[in-house]
Ligand binder design. Sequence first.
Ligand code: HEC
Length: 137
Amino acid sequence: MKSKFVCVALMLAANAWAVDVSMPPTKSAATANVERGRKLLISRQETGCVLCHRIPGMKEGGEMGPSLSGLSQRMSADQIRQRIADWRAVNPQTFMPAYFSTKGLHNVAKPQIGKTVLTEQGLEDIVAYLLDATKGP
Ligand code: HEC
């Protein structure tokens, strides 16, 4: 009986840890721009976010990932930043691409080696748009 409780407690602790994984602002946060973030989010070429997500303020949107409505009420800016940079830190099995990491990539085309999908500025611009668009009533 007791071991069942220990097990549940461990699971809760592991879950709390996962939710808390977050990435502090980079130096580009100071120059983040909501409008540039909107353009990046909507671009199928540069990010493809709208292939998988419905995003407030955008007509286009897919449903392979969760809707981003109300996002800023569910998580902090640092948690949002971490999830876009590299979701694998939260869920190693995720199929959302890591947009600001080169960890574990193989067989990358030569000109792209060592490059992240988003620049640091692009990451901050997207975080700024998502915070702004989901800040609630
Ligand atoms: C191939 C599909 C796909 C693409 C492309 C994608 N995502 Fe995701 N995203 C997901 C999935 C799936 C999840 C849920 C993560 C999980 O549980 O593994 C997710 C979760 C998220 C979350 C957390 C939402 C929540 O409420 O928990 C945010 C924020 C997010 N994505 C932002 C983005 C942004 C910004 C982009 C583009 C830069 C993007 N995603 C591109 C599939 C995708």
